[in-house]
Design a protein around this ligand. Structure first.
Ligand code: HEC
Ligand code: HEC
Length: 86
């Protein structure tokens, strides 16, 4: 294959990847408030205690909990989605 053609192909591929990344929707998941309680996002074991129904914090979205009432395994690490506010 022609080397010049390969280079053009590479540049086009890079442009396509860049456009896809730039068009990604903005991050909308709520960030954790900037206060003492939310200081350490790695302490995710404690997060549910304040964020289930009846607790002091705003309730987690229903999709965080499975039908048995337990936290879904892919929602355990809150900080993966709820980023820290800077
Ligand atoms: C001691 C209780 C407590 C603990 C522990 C706690 N939170 Fe909170 N959280 C609150 C309260 C109260 C609020 C609402 C008041 C505020 O905005 O400061 C809140 C607000 C939030 C919000 C914002 C919700 C919104 O509507 O804006 C997120 C996201 C959140 N917490 C996630 C977490 C995560 C992740 C953890 C674990 C690292 C955690 N919380 C641990 C009490 C707690
Ligand atoms: C897979 C990603 C993901 C994980 C992990 C996750 N959440 Fe969420 N959470 C969301 C999304 C998406 C929403 C709905 C959009 C929003 O309001 O932020 C939400 C909503 C919430 C809300 C309600 C915010 C409001 O004001 O309505 C709270 C509170 C919350 N999550 C707490 C937690 C806690 C505590 C954990 C860990 C036990 C956790 N989340 C783990 C994605 C996630």
């Amino acid at each position: 294959m022609n080397k010049k053609l390969m280079n053009i192909g590479f540049v086009v591929l890079c442009a396509v990847i860049l456009i896809v990344l730039l068009k990604a929707p903005p991050e909308t998941t709520k960030k954790t408030p900037r206060d003492k309680t939310h200081e350490n996002p790695r302490e995710y074991q404690n997060c549910p205690t304040c964020h289930q129904s009846g607790a002091e914090g705003p309730k987690m979205k229903a999709d965080h909990i499975d039908s048995a009432g337990n936290l879904k395994s892919d929602h355990v690490k809150c900080y993966m989605c709820h980023k820290e506010q800077r």
